[in-house]
Design a protein around this ligand. Structure first.
Ligand code: KE4
Length: 430
């Protein structure tokens, strides 16, 4: 596979961009080799600077549930562009997207749009603290909620990928009120409430974790978390930046039938443009400026181009879409399980809706420790072999594969052929 142009671009990028990238997980540092520079993308394909074509399952880390350059999105953004890129004033499109969000998330009566998921979760924590007048927060080991200081504690995604789950540069005083629980272990949460009575403002969780790789909530775990928060007067925050509109139009809270107090969204609601959002009941949201005393702002929040892309994306989603996504994903996941069994490679595939992760381990992966215990070197080889076979999975073990509506059954079959070739090479080397 030719990579000379990407390597040349990477050398140039590293002169002026830290690590040559604007987000660490893109750097391929976790999987070896030089990152591929993408020049264009269409449907389920990305094309790199050397003209290589890949069936893409990164999907910009989740936003592109319709695949790349979907005609509806391209048309919507194209129509808005000549009307202006940003006004610093309210625009009807912001109301339109917020209305769509509130329609599909009954727990959300009022929304605030932001520019990223990080801003959404950071603001949601501030809101929980403002509402309860308490200061402690609980997060789960391995979950990643963006890079705000007090949430960079045993975080997943790139923080774990690069071995700094608790980042340098975060003062101890910023994280001494961040308490850690273990995913799928409700007793670890109860113990924190017992140890810190009436101190915990909120609990934030990825209702399906995507940032330690995919880890699904065990039966009733979310229901018990809901009742535990209610019992102790703490706010339950669902970080649905990945799962919102991914698992269902109403996200994981619809799929699992558990209603949080605050919901964070991002990715899909921006259709590939910068976006984030947090929402809750009108009563909770009235704490937010300019209605209430909790300040939060953003120059480009509700940007008309991002709104246009998000609205166009969400409007393409319907129950049939999710049935198709689930069917394609099920074919892919069952095929991968069959291949690993046939080749005698120990692997666990965690999957829900149109997101999944292949872990190389003979154990179940139900929490951060389980994810950390898998063979990340084998994942790196698997990733590189897949690239050689024309398929791009996420360049990190601690991420999720995303299937889009642009993927076809034929491409799933081609992907399984690539998986077989990639894993056979590994099994022959064992
Ligand atoms: P952003 O600030 O990157 O828009 O969103 C932060 C965030 C919040 N919550 C969840 C559940 C998330 O997954 C994310 C961001 N996800 C990572 C990948 N899993 C973004 C990719 C990257 O960091 O480049």
């Amino acid at each position: 596979m030719k990579t000379a142009n990407s390597e040349k671009l990477f050398r140039r990028a590293r002169n002026v961009l830290v690590g040559g990238v604007n987000s660490p997980v893109r750097s391929f540092a976790a999987v070896g080799g030089s990152p591929l520079f993408v020049s264009r993308a269409e449907g389920s394909y990305v094309y790199d600077a050397d003209g290589n074509r890949f069936i893409d399952y990164v999907a910009s880390w989740g936003p592109l549930i319709l695949g790349h350059s979907h005609p509806s999105v391209v048309s919507a953004v194209g129509k808005r562009l000549p009307l202006g890129t940003s006004f610093g004033a309210p625009c009807e499109l912001e109301t339109d997207l917020a209305t769509l969000i509130a329609k599909h998330f009954p727990s959300i009566e009022k929304v605030r749009l932001t520019n990223s998921g990080t801003e959404a979760t950071m603001s949601a924590i501030r809101l929980a603290r403002a509402v309860t007048a308490r200061e402690h927060i609980v997060k789960f080991e391995g979950c990643y909620h963006g890079h705000s200081d007090f949430l960079l504690v045993k975080s997943g995604s790139g923080a774990t990928t690069f071995g700094n789950p608790s980042s340098a540069g975060v003062p101890k005083s910023f994280v001494n009120r961040t308490l850690l629980a273990r995913y799928n272990d409700i007793d670890s949460v109860k113990r924190l409430f017992e140890k810190h009575p009436r101190k915990i403002a909120g609990v934030i969780i990825e209702p399906v974790a995507g940032n330690m790789g995919v880890v699904t909530p065990e039966k009733n775990f979310l229901k018990k978390l809901r009742s535990t928060c209610k019992k102790h007067g703490a706010v339950l925050i669902f970080d649905e930046v990945i799962t919102g509109f991914r698992l269902a139009r109403g996200g994981a809270q619809k799929l699992f039938g558990v209603t949080p107090d605050i919901t964070c969204l991002g990715k899909i609601i921006g259709g590939g443009l910068p976006v984030g959002a947090y929402g809750a009941s009108a009563e909770i949201m009235q704490m937010v400026s300019p209605e209430g005393p909790m300040y939060q702002a953003g120059t480009l929040s509700g940007n008309p181009l991002a709104m246009a892309a998000g609205i166009a994306t969400v409007k393409e989603l319907n129950p049939r879409t999710y049935r198709r996504l689930e069917s394609l994903t099920a074919s892919l996941v069952s095929g991968i399980r069959e291949i690993t069994a046939e080749l005698g490679i120990a692997a666990t595939v965690n999957s829900v809706g149109s997101m999944f992760t292949v872990f190389f381990t003979d154990q179940k992966v139900t929490d951060y420790a389980g994810a950390l215990g898998c063979d990340t070197a084998k994942y790196a080889r698997f990733f590189r072999n897949l690239l050689q076979n024309g398929v791009m999975f996420p360049p990190s073990q601690f991420e999720s594969v995303f299937v889009s509506t642009a993927h076809t059954k034929k491409q799933v079959d081609q992907t399984l052929q690539a998986v077989y070739a990639s894993l056979r090479e590994i099994s022959e080397g064992e």
